[in-house]
Design a protein around this ligand. Structure first.
Ligand SMILES: [Zn+2]
Length: 349
């Protein structure tokens, strides 16, 4: 199957009432792990690359690997997404490479650190939407600012510093025409999200629900949504790692989000932990080994297990065969003639 539009994937998820995991990749083993999980659970999937990943792997290596994944798994709808684009140029280069979706994170200035103004965010996001939609490519925007830093991107600080204001979310969605909207509800990037099991004081599911009530048809995106389960932390620490105790976003909170308009859930840290734990275990238990395949294979398997579990928990499992892919050219036409809406439905307060 050719790479599909993320918009189609999320529209279908909304119809089916489920969420779709967006998993970050940097290399072949991670892409293979995701595809193994998608195949096993029959799931449509979003594969995403940050700017850091594109730099690490080199654009062409990474993109050709995704194309290979699509070719080898014709029964799986795959959207290829730029995670946290910091500028129009970053998004443009991803689109020109063949990505079927981009995130323009205009919540930060192009340095990827300093929070921008609302007007700056609207302006740059609108520009990306115009360029992307003409080419049938999906756009995710962000309103509010997430906590933490990952791959050198982020404002740092706690996730509570810039919680999304529902009125601003409505105005942002109306003025930009984004297909998906990332909101800040207290989550952070990286492993250290919460210092205790999160409750309503640090994880603002009430804000998410309020935004969904105002924008009932807008696909919401949860970032920083690894669950950071204790068993994955324990494996790392058992074999010489030194992770400090930490909590992520519990799966049941994500499922509450999915019941309230969340269609895309970003997961990276859990996979990093699974990979690192598996590699540490092999090197710790069998220090005489030196063939990278001896630890990369279990690492790939460990990541596959986490991804497959999330696919089941988010509800995307079993939905790979629900629909035929619409070509990107057809999607572009849809944006142009208005059959694919870019104006959100807004409900009164
Ligand atoms: Zn993110």
């Amino acid at each position: 199957m050719p790479l599909v539009s993320m918009r189609q994937l999320l529209d279908e998820a909304a119809k089916g009432g489920y969420g779709v995991g967006a998993f970050n990749v940097n290399d072949m083993e991670q892409i293979q792990a995701i595809m193994m999980a998608a195949k096993e659970t029959k799931s449509p999937v979003i594969v995403q690359a940050s700017r850091g990943a594109r730099q690490f792997a080199e654009d062409l290596y990474l993109f050709k690997l995704i194309q290979a994944a699509a070719e080898l798994n014709p029964e799986i709808p795959i959207a290829m997404h730029q995670d946290h684009g910091n500028s129009f140029e970053t998004c443009k280069s991803a689109i020109e490479l063949g990505y079927t979706s981009v995130m323009m994170d205009g919540s930060l200035k192009s340095d990827g650190k300093t929070p921008s103004t609302f007007e700056e965010n609207v302006e740059v996001t609108r520009k990306v939407v115009d360029f992307a939609h003409e080419r049938g490519v999906t756009v995710e925007g962000e309103i509010g600012v997430l906590g933490g830093v990952e791959d050198g991107h982020g404002a740092g600080g706690s996730g509570l510093d810039h919680i999304t204001d529902p009125d601003q979310a409505v105005e942002f969605a109306e003025r930009t025409g984004v297909d998906a909207l990332a909101i800040a509800i207290g989550t952070s990037h990286g492993a250290y999200k919460f210092t205790k099991k999160p409750d309503g004081s640090v994880l603002k599911m009430d804000v998410l629900i309020a935004i969904h009530k105002r924008l009932p048809k807008t696909h919401l995106v949860m970032h920083g949504s690894s669950s950071v389960p204790k068993d994955l932390q324990d494996v790392v620490n058992q074999y010489g790692g030194k992770l400090k105790e930490t909590w992520g976003v519990p799966v049941e909170e994500i499922q509450l989000g999915i019941r309230n308009g969340v269609r895309k859930i970003n997961v990276d840290t859990d996979n990093r932990l699974a990979i690192t734990g598996a590699i540490r275990k092999v090197l710790w238990e069998t220090p005489e080994k030196f063939d990278p395949r001896d630890y990369l294979k279990p690492a790939r398997e460990a990541m596959k297990k986490v991804v497959a579990a999330r696919m089941v928990e988010f509800g995307q499992a079993g939905h790979a065969g629900d629909y035929a892919p619409i070509s990107i050219e057809q999607i572009a036409k849809g944006y142009k003639d208005g059959s694919l809406s870019t104006r959100p439905l807004v409900a009164s307060k």
